[in-house]
Structure formats: structure tokens, C-alpha cells
Design a protein around this ligand. Structure first.
Ligand code: GTP
Length: 420
């Protein structure tokens, strides 16, 4: 049997997702209408013989996470449990700390997925690849090609010939065009390798001042501490995927990830895609609308629009490349482009809320979204517009490339600003 672990991080993570991660832990932020994590869980649940999905993180278990796990568990009929780290143990430390829970029931292998990626998650293909190409007990990393962003993409690069020969985390010079997708297939044997690093950390610490001991020995990064050591030993393999993949670091990348998942719904969940119906709004391209949303038939939505629970959209409204979160109201004839509209926010009549997309280069089939920085040369980088929760935008104003913190009642237009 098989298991899967999803690394969901904790409150100190997801800082580039502010102000949206103030309201909801980033893994529960909706992308293409459902929480980011749900895409991972649905992919895991489809793998034959998958018995259990473990979420490992350092969030305090809250009502939202518990409700999400309960609902998903019932819907997909698979066991989902949350294991809370006592502090951030890194991508390898968490799975090592909970190794007994992972190996209980004797799974022959388990997947580890980073929560902050969006992907078609070709997990079954990774399993077949391991059987065909790997040695017994070999480990598989999901890799993808990234040509032009090799220097700036905050991800890992590998050198490989199916087998990983050399692994460099966030290199500063060109190493290879294959990047690590943050999706792995391990056998329980991986814990021996993590254990070796743990013991070495402990020994190193005995020679130092005994401060914050356990935590420092247990904090282990899969990428730097484990893969770098395993490369070239005939244990680590790459399954290179041609299917879609992106990081979800910032709110801008969430809009891009929504586009990728909405597109995938044509094959996986056609029922989640809105269509043009008599008496309904005009739908252009891929759009998700929650059944509880109330939308005027003269509104035009899409492409790449996700409308959350209880959203109200008035007459003549235009929405494109945006995520509208639950309870928001878009009054008549307003226009929303490349933006995230926060929970319970209101946009006044004839107002225009617009951002600049942070899409990868459309002319490069292998381009990946970059980890854009918030500021460049002391100025806010033009990016998508984000309205935090419960923001009010008056009628007939323009909000352009701005981030509005929660509970703001604006009285005029803004351009390229963070409104605190
Ligand atoms: P950045 O570009 O700095 O974000 O680095 P990265 O892309 O390498 O991401 P990172 O390794 O920090 O995180 C990868 C995934 O692992 C994310 O989904 C995180 O939420 C998760 N993660 C990172 N650190 C921890 C940790 O200490 N514990 C747990 N449970 N998850 C973690």
C-alpha cells in the first residue's frame, strides 16, 4: 500500500501571500474554486492503493483546517490526518519526526508533495517510472524543464541522465535546465539517509553550546541536506514531466495557477466549469462559479475567473483573470482585471480594479513563473491588484497595481501603492 505526505508549512511561511494569508492559511486559499491543498489531495486519492494522506505542518489546528479535512475525507473516502510539528523542522525534518506514523501499516512507498506548487501531479506515472528505471528502494523526484529562468527561479536545479548525478539548490550559475517540482516518491529507506544527517547534526551540536538543541538537530532540508548527498549514488532518479507545473508563492502566481487548473478541469472536472446558459452571464473561456453566487445575466466573466461562495455580481460587470473570494460584491458596471478581490469586499459602480499579470513569457513553452520580488529599485513592482478582506472601493475610481490591506474604506483611486 501507499501513503502521501503533503508539507503545508506554517504561519511564518506564505509571507509573500500577504495580505491574503492573514485570513486563511495559504494552503487553504482557493485556486480554481477549491483550496490549493484539495488539488494535491484529489491527485493522491486517484492513485490505486493509496491508503492515507498526512498533512505535516506547524499551523495550530484551526476550525477551517479541521472542516476542510473532514469534508475532503468524506468526499474522497480516504483517511486524511494532520500532524503538527512543534516548530518548523524543514522539508526533511518533519517527515523524519513523524516517520513512525508514515511507516505504520508498512507502506512500500510514499509520496511527499510541497503544498506550494500547482501541477498535474503525475503520481501514477512516477510509480511506473520507479519500477521501470529505478533500483529497488530508489527515490524519484518530479522534474520539469525551465529554460530561460534558470538564474532567477527560486527553485532547485538538477543535473541528470534520468539518474541524478549532481544536485544544486538555488544555484547562482547555470547547472542544468531541469528543476525540482517539489514532488517526490520515497521508500521508507529514505529515513536511514535522513537519520544519518540527524545524527551528524546532533554530534556537531555536542561540540557547540547546547542552545535550542533538539530543534536544531531535527531541522533538516530534503533539498540541501539529503538530495545533494544522494546525487551520484544511483539512488535518486528524476521523472521529467511535460505536463503543467508552477510554484504558488505570491498571489500573482495563484491567478496563474488558477488558469492552469481551470484548463485541467476540461478533463478532470468538467462539472466545475461554467458554460453559457440562457438567463446566465456571458462566459468567455474557463470560469468557475460557486453555485451560491448571484450573478446578473448582463455580466461578462472570463477567461480565468473564479467566483467564490455568496459573491454578488451586478449588471454590466466585467471580470477577467481574477479570483473573487466569498462574500464579495461587485456593483453594476465595475471592471475587475488581473486582481484578487478579498472576502466580503465591495467594489462600487463603474469602478475599475486592475493589476498587471505576472505570467511567464508566453513565447517560451518551458517558461515558468518567476518568484517576483515585491519591490524593485525601491518601487513597488507592478503586479496584480489585491484587495484584502472587507475592503470598500468607492464608485467611479481606478485602483491600479495596488495592494489594499484588510478593512480599508477607500475614498479615492490609487496607483502602484500599498495601502496600509
Ligand atoms: P522559497 O523560495 O524560499 O519559498 O523556497 P522553496 O521553494 O524551496 O520552498 P520551501 O522549501 O521553503 O518550502 C517548500 C514546501 O515545503 C512549501 O509547501 C512549504 O510550506 C513546506 N515547508 C517548508 N518548510 C517547512 C517546514 O519546516 N515544515 C513543514 N511541514 N513544511 C515546510
Amino acid at each position: 500500500m501507499l501513503k502521501a505526505v503533503i508539507l503545508i508549512g506554517g504561519p511564518q511561511k506564505g509571507t509573500r501571500f500577504r495580505p491574503l494569508s492573514f485570513e486563511v492559511p495559504k494552503p487553504l486559499f482557493p485556486v480554481a474554486g477549491v483550496p490549493i491543498l484539495q488539488h494535491h489531495i484529489e491527485a493522491c486519492a486517484k492513485v490505486p492503493n493509496m491508503k492515507e494522506i498526512l498533512l505535516i505542518g506547524f499551523y495550530q489546528p484551526n476550525e477551517e483546517l479541521t472542516r476542510f479535512m473532514c469534508n475532503t475525507q468524506q468526499e474522497l473516502k480516504i483517511s486524511i490526518r494532520y500532524l503538527q510539528e512543534y516548530s518548523a523542522l524543514g522539508t526533511g525534518g518533519g517527515i523524519y519526526h513523524f516517520r513512525d506514523q508514515i511507516v505504520s501499516g508498512s507502506p512500500e512507498a510514499f509520496f511527499v508533495l510541497n503544498a506550494d506548487v500547482c501541477s498535474a501531479f503525475p503520481l501514477t506515472e512516477m510509480l511506473s517510472f520507479q519500477k521501470e528505471h529505478g533500483e529497488p528502494n530508489s527515490f524519484v523526484i518530479l522534474g520539469t524543464t525551465s529554460l530561460n529562468h534558470c538564474f532567477t527561479l527560486r527553485s532547485r536545479l538538477l543535473m541528470f541522465f534520468i539518474q541524478v548525478l549532481h544536485y544544486v539548490e538555488k544555484p547562482s550559475t547555470f547547472v542544468s535546465d531541469i528543476i525540482n517540482c517539489g514532488v517526490y516518491l520515497f521508500t521508507p529507506d529514505i529515513f536511514q539517509h535522513i537519520g544519518t544527517v540527524f545524527q551528524k547534526n546532533q554530534q556537531d551540536m555536542l561540540l557547540e553550546e547546547p542552545t535550542n538543541g533538539w530543534h536544531r538537530a531535527e531541522a533538516i532540508r530534503l533539498e540541501q541536506d539529503i538530495f545533494t548527498a544522494l546525487a551520484g549514488q544511483g539512488k535518486l532518479y528524476v521523472y521529467k514531466t511535460l505536463s503543467f507545473w508552477s510554484q504558488i508563492k505570491s498571489a500573482g502566481s495563484a491567478i496563474y495557477a488558477s488558469r492552469l487548473y481551470l484548463n485541467q478541469y476540461h478533463t478532470t472536472h468538467p462539472e466545475r466549469l461554467a458554460s453559457n446558459k440562457e438567463g446566465g452571464p456571458k462566459i468567455s473561456g474557463n470560469v468557475y462559479i460557486h453555485p451560491t453566487a448571484n450573478i446578473d445575466p448582463t455580466a461578462t466573466l472570463g477567461p480565468n475567473v473564479s467566483i467564490g461562495t455568496g459573491v454578488t455580481i451586478g449588471a454590466g460587470v466585467r471580470v477577467r483573470e481574477s479570483i473573487i473570494l466569498h462574500g464579495a460584491t461587485l456593483q453594476d458596471h465595475c471592471c475587475v482585471l488581473n486582481s484578487v478581490v478579498g472576502w466580503d469586499s465591495t467594489i462600487g459602480k463603474w469602478a475599475r480594479v486592475e493589476g498587471t499579470p505576472s505570467d511567464p513569457n508566453p513565447n517560451d513553452p518551458y517558461a515558468k513563473i518567476d518568484s517576483e520580488t515585491l519591490f524593485r529599485d525601491g518601487k513597488l513592482t507592478p503586479s496584480i491588484t489585491i484587495l484584502g478582506c472587507n475592503v470598500t472601493i468607492p464608485s467611479e475610481v481606478i485602483i491600479l497595481n495596488s495592494i489594499v490591506l484588510p478593512h480599508k474604506d477607500l475614498n479615492r483611486g490609487f496607483k502602484n501603492q500599498i495601502i496600509l
